[in-house]
Write a protein that binds this ligand. Structure first.
Ligand SMILES: [Zn+2]
Length: 256
């Protein structure tokens, strides 16, 4: 929205000129002498409103970021990730740190791990990011999968047949959930099934599998951390909790 720029000083002058105008003078004259102090108090009470409701005041409020500048950081390519569009890769510090730490876990577990493609996170000051409904406050990350051929992707690709690198992808999901700060991981039902089978073979307990996966329950049931949501067959979407505990972040980053 284009808002004409009016400096703070100008808006003060505007407010003052309104106060000193003839209209105000006449209004005051219309008030009986005995009631004039009340009139003056009322007028000066309204003065801040004149100043606040100038276009500048509106502009300031309309541009107000959803989260402060200092608490968003930009994810950059390197450290095991490749960022598609840096302008759309701002997140809360905790989101970025926890995600990169999970990627690091994959890299230390498996040598020769290719870079993971990262798509949209949020804008620097948050707000609506088309075409998403979320990605507004720096706690959602879209990322691609690891593929068996070990090639780093520069686009989101749908895993076909056995092309999904189950070992690395499961390690990443497991590390993300282990932070205790992941609310959801959205991924297609088919990929859930493949990961569930892989995890089961690795000896992951039934209880943990039930807590982690929506599969084999119906895709419309709102259960499990890893669950279905439309449009997540060529990438996954991880959402961190609104408030990440400092302690858990420190603990996770200790190993770095
Ligand atoms: Zn997403």
């Amino acid at each position: 929205m284009a808002v004409p720029k009016i400096s703070g000083q100008t808006s003060l002058k505007l407010g003052a000129s309104v106060m000193n105008s003839r209209v105000v003078g006449r209004l005051l004259n219309a008030i009986p002498r005995t009631h004039r102090p009340c009139g003056m108090i009322l007028m000066w009470g309204l003065f801040p409103i004149f100043v606040l409701f100038t276009p500048e005041g509106f502009a300031k409020r309309s541009e107000k970021p959803t989260h402060c500048n200092t608490c968003t950081v930009q994810m950059k390519s390197g450290r095991g990730v490749w960022v598609r569009n840096p302008k759309r890769a701002f997140g809360r510090k905790a989101t970025i740190d926890l995600f990169l730490a999970a990627v690091e876990t994959v890299r230390t577990t498996f040598s020769g791990t290719p870079d993971l493609m990262v798509g949209d996170i949020s804008f620097q000051h948050g707000g609506r990011m088309r075409p998403h409904r979320s990605h507004r406050d720096g706690r959602d990350i879209d990322a691609g999968f690891y593929f068996r051929n070990g090639r780093a992707r520069r686009y989101f690709a749908k895993p076909r047949g056995r092309s999904l690198d189950l070992a690395r992808t499961w390690t990443l999901f497991n590390a993300l959930i282990a932070t205790g700060q992941v609310e959801f991981i959205f991924v297609s039902y088919r990929i859930q099934r493949a990961l569930h089978r892989y995890a089961q073979k690795q000896g992951v307990s039934k209880r943990k599998l039930r807590r982690f996966f929506q599969w084999p329950r119906h895709w419309r049931r709102r259960v499990g951390i890893i669950r279905w949501e439309r449009g997540h067959d060529d990438h996954f979407h991880v959402r961190f909790r609104p408030k990440v505990k400092e302690a858990s972040r420190r603990e996770l980053l200790k190993g770095e």
